[in-house]
Each structure stands twice: as structure tokens, then as C-alpha cells.
Design a protein around this ligand. Structure first.
Ligand code: ADP
Ligand code: MG
Length: 787
């Protein structure tokens, strides 16, 4: 090892020489000049001093001041300068893979090297790093995964956790683990970086760690809300009875069914109107946050965005435009939409760019550069442009007001699909992006009153996502007792919700009595979906009925593709009912509708099919793409093969599908009792009750709500909503034996334990005779097992 030390020494000297050469080259000098202009540069010496004297420090600073690109680099450079270049090992985590990649590229360039030499990156399934990589940018998930196999982070000298103000689940999670690790690794340095000024919270979490602020400067930005925009630009917001749903409109035009087109438009309009509770702001309903909840930037918002962009291009001073959208899907369709516009699609006047994960380096360059010849740069981005990346020449910001919140997944970081309103803090941050080089303008595409209803800050992810998945991750990372671990979080969740989550995981068989992961639990922890959906996927794979189960799970994760216009309620319901014929299942109705759509798509008749059957093609497309992702995840963990025939050997067995759905949704069960009611032309009606709520009702949109009789004794349901009474949403009818064999967890405590647990249910629903059926079943099973 003396030899090894010599090699490292030589390598360190080499690195120092390289660094000096680069700084003296003309390109290096230019780069250095830019870096020196950043606010972080003034704090460089103070920063390095605090790092050398403290184990933990918290840094805050205005977005764009140079935290991400400069601070890790200062550490690297000073280590190289001190002749320890080959010994240091710096890890900087990013909440998103996109920023990990783009930041590492930038830092490598600033350091005068190719990516993968001293500076590299690693994200899930992808990376660029070498033996000599000393500064690694990775996603928080990647570092968590490394901790799984390397509990003490051997050889790592500095851990930098970036964007902690976002309070992402992974970051909060990582901080608990690191807090526990620090005493065992006194030489390890931890640097926390945050954009806003909540540094105190983190400092006190780490026993009063020193904080440091990098002062920055931004120019004032004028905020305009929807009412100002309408006033100023003279735009007539389309009254709701003329709303164009972008996707639908195209389909109608394609069909050239002018007559029905008009009718259909007014149907959708009145549905939207109902939902929006028409207010009297200029005759449009834009009163509250709730009433705006179906405002969706990827449908009615497109025309407004287009209008605002036109206004800027035609009338405003030079400067780039940054448009905040909710996700990659809408960025994509908006880009297509704008490309078709005579002015915005004119490449001699407008440079239209989308900021996304798989941007090539040339695309990235375009985003950061100033276009030539008076061309207006318009960048479409997601909320990652709020803090993770900074485009300097932005003068105009267009804010749609929504973002897709990320759901919890400690290892994979998969975003959840539902866009929701952003917080006031996020809206302010978006606005601030317009004032980097001069004063700017921000167009918020929602009324001021909606902004006023925003939350001040987004709740930490740990407190707004279901704890079940988190508990599984804690177990799979072998972090000990769940409740003990979570009680040491920055803002710990309620003990009762932790207990509920643990109980639930025991009932479904993911944890055993002693809170240890079962085989099922281990597989579930590898799937970035709610445990109930994960269980359905796993069973769908095991029982070779994969395709329909993929559809059910994707459907439950996106939203219902069936649309119900207010004045065509009956028609829409009968269209859905038609799919459910004989199935008594919303889930199976979805499977049939999706399959029909796929066939129609193959014959270029997808739009027509949707139109005829009251389906949203946009939602079906989202389901389609999610199905593929789920399939790949199952393949990753080795549960399915590439052979579609094997995977789908039993896909046509609806009884099996019912059973698998039951296995996933249990303990969401309700009994079905038929009662005679001779009233209001109805002879029979269905009464339902659940163990927790007593009598419950079905949602009007459920196919089981409109049938006179359900020839099954039970319904399993996905979700219940309490209004005055409790309503069940999507449900599937199941038989006794499906419940007995698939409800809960047969492996837990053996068959007897299973019966004991189910016994409580059976007794409650006054079906003790089922226990006898069960004993018979049990005996038969045991005989089978013995054979
Ligand atoms: P912070 O992390 O404090 O928000 P960054 O370190 O990300 O700031 O960025 C500092 C500066 O570097 C910003 O002004 C930004 O414009 C510039 N910058 C970052 N990445 C690039 C890039 N890929 N190309 C050109 N400039 C960049
Ligand atoms: Mg940053």
C-alpha cells in the first residue's frame, strides 16, 4: 500500500498541474472570468473555511448565485490545490435526474475537462463517471441506494445535499440517515444547500450547525394576474360555452361532423360550467381555487398561452420568455400547438425550446445562450426551472400555476401524475426568474383570488404522501423500527398515521407480525407505486394475466378516462355501462374500453372511437404510456418475461382478474345486500355496507350504481369519499371464494391466522357460514400442499 500511496500522490500532483494549465489557457481564463462574476465567488474563502472547521454547514442563497455549480467545485479545486486531488471524493445530490446531468456537464466544462473525468454523474440506469471521478452529481435516490450496500459511505469525503428547501421525501429521508451516520464518520463533511431562507430549520436539526448566506441581487418583476392580462392584452377569454378542448377539437374537425361538433362543444361547456360554479368575473367563472380546479393548461389553457406569447413577441421589449408547464406531456403538446402558429412557429422570429431530461448538449447550449438576430427565445419548462436551472436572459415568465407533485419513491424518484396548484412560495420563485438581468414581467395565468387561496408553502412531501410506501423503504434499507426512525425526521409524521400504515402493511402481507419484510414486501418496495397497486401488478404477473392488470393499475394511477357531460349524462353512462355488461366492475369496464381503443388506434380510428364512447383520448394515451413504464419496472425486478403470450396466458379469465383486483384492493370491501324497495319506479335496490362506515353509497359514475342487481355478494373498491354519507368510487364485484382466498394474506400466520383475520370480517357481515366454506377450502388446500 506504500506503492498505492505513491500512485495517489503522483496522480494528485498531475491533477494540480492540469488545473493550473487550464486556468492559464485562454479559454480557461474566459471561463474563470464568468465564474468570478457570480455572487458565490465573493464568499469562496469564507465558505472553504467554514467547511474545513465544521462537520455540517447550511448554505442559502438566491437561485442563480452559483451554489450548485460553484460550491462543489470550490471544494474540488481547493483539494486539488492542496495536493489531495486523488484522495477526495465529493458527492452532490440533486432531486431530479435532469439537473444531475446538466449540472455535471456544466461543471466539467468549467473545470476544463470532458464529462466522466474528474466530474461525473450517476442517475438511475444511466451514468457517466470513471475511476478518477472525484466530484459526482447524482440523484438523491442513487445515494440512498448506495447507502443500502455501503452504510458508512466509505471513502466519501464530502456529501452535498442540494435543493433541500424543496423538502422532497428523498431529501428528508436522506437527512435522517446522514444525521445518524455523522457521529460514526467524524471526518465526513455534510453541506446542505437551499434556495430560500429557511436555513434555521436545518441548522437546528443538526444541533446548531453554522449557516451561511450568499447575498444575491434580482431586479423587480411586475406580477400580472389573469384579470390584468385580459385587460391589458384585450384578449377575450373564451366563454365556457365555446371552450375548445384542444385534443377533442382536432378530432372533431378531422371528422368534419360540424353539426354534432357544435352540440358536443356545448355539452362539455355546460359540464365545465357546472363544475366551475359560474361567478361574475367578466362573466367567467374564476372565483376560487376549487372552481379553477379543472383549469388544465393542456386543454383550455393552450389558447391563452398562445395569446400571451403572441402579445410578448409583437409588443414587448427584447428578452427571453420562460413558460412554466406541469409536465413533459403538456410541454410536448404545447410545442406542437405553437409550432403550427404563423407567428410563433416562424423560426426566423421565434426560437422555441423545450427543457427536458434527455436534452442533447447542443439543445442545452441553445437554452442558455442568447439567440442572434433579434430572434425571441421561448423556453418551455417544468418546475425544475424554478430553482434547479437558471436561464440568465429571461425577462418574461408565463406561469400556468400548476405543477405535478412528486410522489414518494426513495429509490427511483418517479413523478406522480396529477397536476395540482403550486404554493405562493413557488409562484414567487417563478416570478423571480424574470429579473436576472433587468426588470421583468410575470404573467400568472390565473386570477389574483386564486393566487390568494394558494398555500404559503408546499407541505413537506413526507407529510403529504401516504406513509405505506415510505415504511416499506425504511424496512428495505434496514433502518430498524419504523416508528423510531420516522420520529427523528425534520418534521415527523403523526404517530397514529405511522401506526395505521404499519397495520395496513401487515394486513396485506407486506410485513410480518414482527414488522419484518416478507417476500411480497421486498418486491413491493422495489415498485414505485402504492402497495395496493404494486400487489396487483405482482399478482397479475404471477398469474399470467398481465395486460388487463397493467391497464387497471395504470387507470387507477392516472384518472378515469370516461367523460360524463352534464346534459348527456344518460348517454355517457350507458356507453360506460355497455363496456361493463355482465362484468359488474368499473375496472373491467376500463380494461374493455382500453382494449377497444387500442384496436381502433391500430386502424387510425382512435378519435372516433373515443368520441362515440365518451372517452378522453388524452387520458387513454396517458394510461398507455404508464402501462409501458409499469411493464418495464416489472421486467427490471424479474417478474415478467418478454414473451407476451406467456404473460397473458390467463388474461381472458375475468374471474381471475376479479380475484387479482380483490387481492390488491382488500381490505376495501363492502357487502352487497339486495333489498326490496317499491318506490319511485324502482323495485329493487342495492344496499351496501362496510365494516368501518356502516351503510355506504356508490358514486353515480360507477357502473354498479345503475344496475338493478349485482349477482355477487361483495364489492371491492379502490377509494371512498366522505360527503355526508360515504361514497365508494370504482368497484368490482367478487365472490365469496375470491374474498376467502385473495383477501388479505394467506401466508401470514398460516391458514389459521388468515381465517382468524377474515373471521372478524365475516362475523361483522353476518356471514359466519362462510367460515365453514373456508374450513373445507382450507382442508382441501392442505391436502393439496401435502401432495
Ligand atoms: P444556484 O445553484 O445558486 O441556483 P447555479 O450554480 O445553478 O446557481 O448557476 C450559477 C450560474 O451559472 C447561473 O447564472 C447560470 O446561468 C449559470 N449556468 C448554470 N448552468 C449553465 C450552463 N449549462 N450553461 C451556461 N451557464 C450556466
Ligand atoms: Mg442550484
Amino acid at each position: 500500500s506504500v506503492a498505492k500511496e505513491k500512485i495517489l500522490q503522483r496522480r494528485s500532483l498531475q491533477l494540480r498541474q492540469q488545473q493550473q494549465d487550464w486556468k492559464e489557457s485562454s479559454e480557461g481564463k474566459k471561463m474563470l472570468e464568468f465564474r468570478r462574476s457570480l455572487p458565490a465567488f465573493k464568499e469562496k474563502d469564507a465558505f472553504l473555511k467554514v467547511v474545513s472547521e465544521n462537520q455540517v454547514i447550511v448554505i442559502s442563497g438566491e437561485t442563480g448565485c452559483g451554489k450548485t455549480t460553484q460550491l462543489p467545485q470550490y471544494i474540488l479545486e481547493s483539494e486539488i490545490e492542496a495536493g489531495r486531488g486523488a484522495l477526495c471524493n465529493i458527492i452532490c445530490t440533486q432531486p431530479r435526474r435532469i439537473s444531475a446531468i446538466s449540472v455535471s456537464e456544466r461543471v466539467a466544462a468549467e473545470h476544463g475537462e470532458k464529462l466522466g473525468e474528474s466530474v461525473g454523474y450517476k442517475v438511475r440506469l444511466e451514468g457517466m463517471r470513471g475511476r478518477d471521478t472525484r466530484l459526482l452529481f447524482c440523484t438523491t435516490g442513487v445515494l440512498l441506494r448506495r447507502l443500502l450496500v455501503d452504510r458508512s459511505l466509505k471513502g466519501v469525503t464530502h456529501v452535498i445535499v442540494d435543493e433541500i428547501h424543496e423538502r422532497g421525501m428523498n431529501e428528508d429521508f436522506l437527512l435522517i440517515v446522514l444525521k445518524d451516520l455523522l457521529p460514526r464518520r467524524p471526518d465526513l463533511r455534510l453541506i446542505l444547500m437551499s434556495a430560500t431562507l429557511n436555513a434555521e430549520l436545518f441548522s437546528s436539526y443538526f444541533d446548531g450547525a453554522p449557516t451561511m448566506h450568499i447575498p444575491g441581487f434580482t431586479f423587480p418583476v411586475r406580477a400580472q394576474f389573469l384579470e390584468d392580462i385580459l385587460e391589458r392584452t384585450g384578449y377575450r377569454l373564451t366563454p365556457y360555452n365555446q371552450i375548445d378542448d384542444y385534443g377533442q377539437e382536432k378530432s372533431w374537425k378531422m371528422q368534419k361532423q360540424a353539426q354534432s361538433f357544435k352540440k358536443r362543444k356545448s355539452q362539455i361547456a355546460s359540464a365545465v360550467e357546472d363544475a366551475l360554479e359560474v361567478a361574475d368575473y367578466k362573466g367567467y367563472s374564476l372565483r376560487t381555487k376549487e372552481s379553477m380546479s379543472c383549469w388544465n393548461p393542456d386543454s383550455i389553457g393552450f389558447n391563452l398561452i398562445e395569446h400571451v406569447l403572441c402579445h410578448i413577441v409583437k409588443n414587448e421589449r427584447p428578452g427571453a420568455v420562460l413558460v412554466f408547464m406541469t409536465g413533459w406531456d403538456d410541454i410536448h403538446s404545447l410545442k406542437d400547438h405553437l409550432h403550427a402558429h404563423p407567428l410563433l412557429g416562424d423560426q426566423s422570429r421565434v426560437l422555441l425550446l423545450a427543457c427536458h431530461g434527455s436534452m442533447s448538449s447542443t439543445e442545452q447550449k441553445l437554452i442558455f445562450e442568447n439567440p442572434e438576430g433579434g430572434v425571441r427565445k421561448i423556453v418551455l419548462a417544468t418546475n425544475m426551472a424554478e430553482t434547479s436551472i437558471t436561464i440568465n436572459d429571461v425577462v418574461f415568465v408565463v406561469d400556468c400555476g400548476k405543477a405535478k407533485e412528486t410522489s414518494y419513491d426513495a429509490l427511483n424518484n418517479t413523478p406522480c401524475l396529477l397536476p395540482s396548484w403550486i404554493s405562493k412560495a413557488a409562484a414567487r420563485q417563478r416570478k423571480g426568474r424574470a429579473g436576472r438581468v433587468q426588470s421583468g414581467e410575470c404573467y400568472h395565468l390565473y386570477p389574483k383570488c386564486v393566487y390568494d387561496a394558494f398555500d404559503d408553502y408546499q407541505l413537506p412531501e413526507l407529510l403529504r404522501t401516504p406513509l405505506q410506501s415510505l415504511c416499506l423503504q425504511i424496512k428495505s434499507l434496514q433502518l430498524g423500527s419504523i416508528s423510531e426512525f420516522l420520529s427523528s425526521a425534520l418534521q415527523p409524521p403523526e404517530p397514529l398515521s405511522v401506526q395505521n400504515a404499519v397495520d395496513y402493511l401487515k394486513i396485506i402481507g407486506a410485513l410480518d407480525e414482527n414488522e419484518n419484510l416478507t417476500v411480497l414486501g421486498r418486491k413491493l418496495s422495489m415498485l414505485p407505486v402504492e402497495p395496493k397497486l404494486g400487489k396487483m401488478l405482482i399478482l397479475g404477473a404471477i398469474f399470467n394475466c398481465l395486460d388487463p392488470i397493467l391497464t387497471v393499475v395504470a387507470g387507477l394511477s392516472v384518472r378515469d378516462p370516461f367523460v360524463v357531460p352534464a346534459d348527456k349524462k344518460d348517454l355517457a353512462e350507458s356507453a360506460k355501462g355497455h363496456f361493463a355488461a355482465g362484468a359488474y366492475s368499473d375496472h373491467l369496464a376500463l380494461v374493455r374500453a382500453y382494449d377497444g381503443w387500442k384496436d381502433a388506434e391500430a386502424q387510425q380510428a382512435g378519435y372516433e372511437y373515443c368520441w362515440r364512447n365518451f372517452l378522453s383520448s388524452q387520458t387513454l394515451r396517458a394510461i398507455d404510456s404508464l402501462r409501458k413504464q409499469f411493464f418495464n419496472l416489472l421486467k427490471d425486478i424479474g417478474l415478467v418475461s418478454n414473451n407476451s403470450e406467456t404473460n397473458n396466458k390467463w388474461s381472458n379469465e375475468e374471474h381471475l382478474l376479479r380475484a387479482v383486483i380483490c387481492a390488491g384492493l382488500f381490505p376495501g370491501i363492502s357487502s352487497v345486500v339486495v333489498v326490496q324497495i317499491v318506490m319511485q319506479n324502482k323495485e329493487k335496490s342495492i344496499a351496501l355496507k362496510t365494516m368501518e362506515d356502516g351503510p355506504v353509497l356508490l358514486y353515480a359514475s360507477s357502473v354498479n350504481g345503475s344496475v338493478p342487481k349485482i349477482p355477487y355478494p361483495w364489492l371491492v373498491f379502490n377509494e371512498k369519499i366522505k360527503v355526508n354519507t360515504v361514497f365508494l368510487r370504482d368497484s368490482t364485484a367478487i365472490s365469496d371464494s375470491m374474498l376467502l382466498l385473495f383477501g388479505g394474506n394467506i401466508s401470514k400466520g398460516g391458514l389459521d391466522g388468515h381465517l382468524k383475520m377474515l373471521g372478524g370480517y365475516l362475523e361483522f357481515f353476518m356471514k359466519p357460514e362462510l367460515a365453514k366454506t373456508y374450513s373445507t377450502l382450507k382442508r382441501e388446500l392442505e391436502e393439496l400442499i401435502q401432495k
